[in-house]
Design a protein around this ligand. Structure first.
Ligand SMILES: Cc1cc2nc3c(=O)[nH]c(=O)nc-3n(C[C@H](O)[C@H](O)[C@H](O)COP(=O)(O)OP(=O)(O)OC[C@H]3O[C@@H](n4cnc5c(N)ncnc54)[C@H](O)[C@@H]3O)c2cc1C
Length: 359
């Protein structure tokens, strides 16, 4: 019977990046994917690489910054191996805030600077003297990158084939195979696969695989993409909405944070509300047309931190729960999980992310 050095459950960006990294170390890797590779959260994401954003929980700061730093190299390798361009952009992010609160690393912008950086935006306070009364600065610039997650995942799938990572699609892992406290493989509906190391990268579903249950829950995000409006150069984020330009002139508008179980349906009213919030921010968008609307399920955890490490079952690892930052965190997750699997020195303290914190 064929065996592998490592079996990875789930072909999202986390499982794919880890598979590529382990393969580079010469390990034989099988990814077991329930559906089609790369079609869940990693397909739905906006692709902001907000390494120093205010939304990054403090214990994640070092990993997030390092992952943001690794991104150009990570993308370069994927593009090289796949021949697919993944639209990594480094024009930065414009933050618009009604109360002038920005992360420390952001550079405050005057109305004039904002107008010249991103002319399509409604200048805060124009026609709204109430916003200017305090003299607060209401816009700022952050040096951050963005990427097209769909192109990124497509490139990772192609690179995985190119590097001879085995992929079994349409096979859902039902449970782990364990003998005397050591993992020996995975059981799907139809068959079983053998390996002494298994890594659970099943995103929002990672808590559903027996016997270890992690408190990972789906957090739904609805999004839309519009075409035909003004072309923005920067990612723009306000309290209500964010706008992420793509190289193909689509503009992605997001997003909601909903507790809706595993329901991925979009709601017309919610999509309209997001669109209206975007038009408030960039009035020219009133001319644009909705091209697509979708929803995805972020893998959330009780403390908003990912789960990275070995479980109490020897050989069974988890790399899941990346919530709002899994696209950003893919390169560093692949790096630290590869080191964990190989038993080499980590270079990071992963105590905050230990699977045992929930047990
Ligand atoms: C609307 C939205 C916007 C987002 N925006 C951003 C952003 O701007 N920046 C950012 O960094 N992140 C963003 N994210 C978060 C990011 O998308 C996720 O954190 C990341 O995609 C998680 O990757 P993953 O590989 O863990 O999960 P997924 O991509 O969901 O992959 C998990 C895979 O596991 C498979 N699977 C599940 N159960 C099983 C099983 N039992 N057997 C076999 N296979 C299984 C699934 O089919 C799936 O393919 C966003 C997410 C959403 C929904």
């Amino acid at each position: 019977m064929k065996t592998w050095d490592v079996i990875i459950i789930g072909a999202g960006i986390i499982g794919l990046s880890l598979a590529l990294s382990l393969r580079k170390q010469g390990l034989r890797v099988l990814i077991v994917e329930r559906g089609e590779p790369g079609r869940e959260a990693s397909h739905a994401a906006a692709g902001m690489l907000a390494g120093s954003g205010a939304e990054i929980p403090p214990p994640l700061g070092v990993l997030a910054e390092e992952s943001a730093r690794l991104y150009p190299e990570f993308v370069h390798e994927l593009e090289d191996e796949s021949g697919i361009k993944v639209d990594l952009r480094d024009d930065g992010t414009v933050l618009v805030s009604s109360d002038g609160s920005f992360p420390e690393s952001a550079v405050r912008l005057s109305s004039e600077q904002l107008s010249s950086l991103e002319p399509g935006l409604a200048v805060p306070g124009r026609g709204r003297p109430d916003l200017h009364e305090s003299g607060e600065v209401t816009a700022a610039y952050l040096s951050e990158r963005s990427v097209d997650p769909r192109a990124l995942v497509t490139a990772a799938i192609k690179a995985a084939h190119h590097r001879e990572v085995d992929v079994s699609s349409g096979s859902e892992v039902k449970s782990l195979l364990i003998s005397e406290g050591q993992v020996t493989g995975v059981q799907t509906e139809k068959t079983s696969y053998s390996s002494a190391i298994v890594v659970n990268c099943a995103g929002a579903w990672s808590g559903c695989i027996a016997p270890d249950r992690f408190p990972v829950r789906p957090v739904k995000g609805q999004m839309l993409a519009v075409v035909g409006g003004p072309v923005l150069k920067h990612v723009v984020r306000s309290e209500k909405v964010y706008l992420v330009p793509r190289g193909d002139r689509r503009l992605v508008i997001g997003s909601t944070l909903e507790d809706a179980g595993y329901n991925k349906q979009t709601d017309v009213n919610t999509i309209q509300q997001l669109f209206h919030a975007a038009i408030e921010l960039a009035p020219g968008l009133a001319e644009s047309k909705v091209h697509e609307a979708w929803a995805g399920l972020r893998p959330g955890t009780p403390d908003d931190l990912p789960i990275l490490g070995e479980t109490s079952t020897s050989g069974y690892f988890v790399a899941a729960g990346h919530f709002r930052d899994g696209i950003l965190l893919a390169p560093i997750t692949a790096q630290v999980m590869t080191r964990l699997v190989l038993g080499s020195s980590l270079g990071y303290d992963l105590a905050h992310f230990a699977p045992s914190r929930f047990q």
